[in-house]
Design a protein around this ligand. Sequence first.
Ligand code: ADQ
Length: 475
Amino acid sequence: MGSDMSTGRLVIVSNRLGDPRKPAAGGLAVAVGDALARSGGLWFGWSGKVVEGGAPGEGEVHHQRSGDVQLVTIDLSKADHDTYYAGYSNQALWPAFHYRLDLADFASGFFAGYQRVNRLFARKLAALLRPDDVIWVHDYHLIPLADELRALGCRHRIGFFLHIPLPPPPILAAIPGHEWLMRSLFAYDLVGLQTRSDADHFARFVQEEAGARALGEGGFEAMGRRVIARAHPIGIDVGEFQRLAASNESRQTEATIKKQYGHRRLLVGVDRLDYSKGLPHRFRAFRELLANYPENRDSATLIQIASPTRESVLAYEDLRHELEGLAGEINGDYGELAWLPIRYMHRVWARRRLPALYRCASVALVTPLRDGMNLVAKEYVAMQDEADPGVLVLSRFAGAAEQMREALLVNPYDIPATAQAIQRALRMPLGERRERHAALLAQVKEHDVHEWSRTFLDTLSAVETRPRDEAASVA
Ligand code: ADQ
């Protein structure tokens, strides 16, 4: 069935907003901006402003326009920011959903703040809704939002997309409040997950823990509610990257990098500085490469860009120090006057300069310990010269590995094997590189971000909704 989007305004809700008309810094902002730029609509979320001494559960609302898109943002009190955002979202759900229960902090105040802010978002958003709006909620910060909206009488179609992995039932069951979280997913009409394996975890969990009945084709029924949960893998905007690559600035950056490193073999890593991205393991695998395959010394150079993120959280501070230490050690042990093995930059790399970096690198190291999808893997493939492409070394634990089978798949915990795969990538004959790249590129182009948002919204529009019983709310 086709989309009936022409009849309904699109309302996007996410923790942070981007400007749909400007090139954005990353994943969600690009993906969501694209859907909104096509249809117009409303984008709702946190303003990014924290009000010292503000009342918890309250916040000033701001209205702006960007072309056809209405941007509505709300400030958060310090208490709400610390419990909802820094707390439950980023110190409980983020680590637990990335299989890192060892790093999770389940302080009780976090959970209350998370509920309070979701209720606040629901209240402010409900006042802006029109009857035929279609609502699309994004990510782990806002899992209970639909349930809060339903409690206010909202009968709209509401979809949810989880950008991060959904772990298997035994890990989910370790999260205090997991029953409530999973039950609140039943307030959505459609739940999109990155991979089939995430969708499988959802299916097992709701059947084992919530007694849900499987209805086929991703449909489940529990507590008198129905939800469809399916894999909807996210993609990139290939055209956007091609345009960036064609710009003068990009060509100049490419020429500068080639001039400086022309006689070396470049490897590239581009990540947020997050423990899920496996950066220390990657550095150790690179050290192993230099140790075990000495022909790479005075040649192989790893450029690692790691943008600062969530710096108020201790685990991120520890990671930063660990990486600085490792980079220093490796450069100290192997560096020469004219060659530094690792160029480690702790900053954001301007998006418009990313294509140049990708194009100069013979190998991309995308080796997260766990990742919902990982768009860098797709961006690297899209930016290669088809006649002489580089090689993608990809963690089997990135969601992208489910689609990108022609990459060199590695287990990032196995450092010697990862070093061996990097060596293989550096030595791969042109014929094999072209064959693997052609298959990967076809995948990346076919399943791009436009297809992702279109298929999600088409499915959401086609879901059979049943009359809603407000009393069935689990809020
Ligand atoms: P992220 O964890 O942020 O996103 P990822 O998909 O790798 O991870 O990156 C998102 C974007 O940020 C990419 O476009 C990338 O180019 C850009 N980026 C990353 N580091 C950068 C840097 N240092 N400088 C400049 N740009 C940088 C979450 C999930 C992922 C999922 C996305 C989208 O964690 O698994 O793929 O959402 O759903």
